[in-house]
Design a protein around this ligand. Structure first.
Ligand code: GTP
Ligand code: MG
Length: 365
């Protein structure tokens, strides 16, 4: 199995990254009850337990311990990073994985890209190299950042340049959060335009996410659960739910970030678990990117919750196929019904019959 490294940059990148690590750990703990350090865990985590060969990692409170995330954590402010260092995920990272400054980039792309980029280049290269050396077969970098701030957009895209220079063979997947129209950062449109040019030039694949879409999905789920329209929903099955709660109190972006973390969780599932129908991550770009620069992929997510009663699998699957092309399930504000797909990939997780998949694909085309 191959390995991937997550590079989380800026406030938004780190907050989403942490939700991803939390969910990934829980997912592994749910199927790997003994907490054995296996190939699946190796894809995104490394083991620090010296007894690894004898038995592997151990499990405590539903979480697998003695693991470190294959991640590089960058923020030019200390706030979010300090929260991580004091939070429940603190054991998942060691100090060698962090790069921080104190003042932040002041929502200015140029400060992140030009000033901090030049200043921190060597440190970033060194930390990336060290993380890469701990992999047997490094396949992908996942960069997570926002387009609206200064550090995520400026330094995040600078890191992308470094990755291209230093690791030209390794795929660069970027998850970019675009600001909503009501964004309180005045410079966010400028930062986004400047960052987008870099994404076009230096990424292999970009998953654009619009904050407004996330807000709409969160509102829709809240509305449906509040008015009891959903019937019996399986507890903690909402994509917005902060399962188990990393923090005691939920912060404003948490529900939105859970949606993005779920998207990444699903996208990487075939890299994180063995399966007969799995696909390689680089097959995504190989099959969906028609020209090198046309590498922006819109994404959608369904179901947004799981019903307690799972007795209607076929109908549910049909509904999920329809929902995947419904504008309410898109993570950017686009209506697939009024657009044209050049290529499309449907990733399905769970026990489904191939015949049901075929029937639905035929129904849709
Ligand atoms: N979805 C989501 N969006 C966020 C989050 N945090 C910030 N944003 C959005 O990201 C943009 C601001 O970028 P930040 O990530 O806060 O900025 P930064 O990269 O830390 O850069 P500086 O603070 O300028 O150094 C705004 O559009 C915010 O709405 C988050 O946790 N989730
Ligand atoms: Mg910041």
């Amino acid at each position: 199995m191959t390995q991937s490294i997550v590079v989380q940059v800026g406030q938004c990148g780190n907050q989403i990254g942490c939700r991803f690590w939390d969910l990934a750990l829980r997912e592994h703990a749910a199927v790997n009850k003994k907490g054995i350090y296996d190939e699946a865990l190796c894809s995104f985590f490394r083991n620090t337990n010296s007894r690894a060969d004898a038995g592997g990692a151990d499990v405590q409170r539903g979480r697998i311990c003695s693991l470190k995330a294959r991640a590089v954590i960058i923020d030019m402010e200390e706030g979010v990073v300090n929260e991580i260092l004091q939070g429940p995920l603190r054991d998942l990272f060691d100090s060698a994985q962090f790069i921080t400054d104190v003042s932040g980039s002041g929502n200015n792309w140029a400060v992140g890209h030009k000033l901090y980029g030049g200043q921190y280049r060597d440190q970033i290269v060194e930390k990336l190299r060290r993380t890469a050396e701990q992999c047997d077969c490094l396949q992908c970098f996942f960069v997570i950042h926002s387009m609206g701030g200064g550090t995520g957009s400026g330094l995040g895209t600078f890191v992308l340049n470094i990755l291209e220079d230093e690791f030209p063979e390794v795929y660069r997947f970027v998850t970019s959060v675009y600001p909503s129209a009501e964004d309180d950062v005045i410079t966010s449109p400028y930062n986004s335009v400047l960052a987008m040019r870099e994404l076009t030039e230096h990424a292999d694949c970009v998953l654009p996410i619009e904050n407004q879409s996330l807000v709409d999905i969160v509102n829709k789920i809240n509305q449906m659960t509040n008015c009891g329209k959903l019937g019996a929903v399986k507890p903690n099955s909402l994509v917005t739910s902060n399962i188990g709660g990393v923090k005691e109190s939920e912060k404003p972006f948490d529900a939105m970030n859970n949606i993005v973390a779920n998207l990444l969780l699903n996208l990487t599932s075939s890299a994180r678990f063995e399966g007969p129908l799995n696909m390689d991550l680089n097959e995504i770009t190989m099959n969906l990117v028609p020209f090198p620069h046309l590498h922006y992929l819109t994404s959608s997510l369904t179901p947004l919750y799981t019903l307690a009663d799972v007795n209607v699998p076929t109908r549910r699957l049909d509904q999920m196929f329809s929902d995947a092309f419904n504008k309410d399930h898109q993570l950017i504000r686009a209506d697939p019904k009024h657009s044209l797909y050049l290529a499309c990939a449907l990733m399905v997780r769970g026990n489904v019959h191939i015949s049901d998949l075929r029937r639905n694909i035929e129904r849709l085309v």
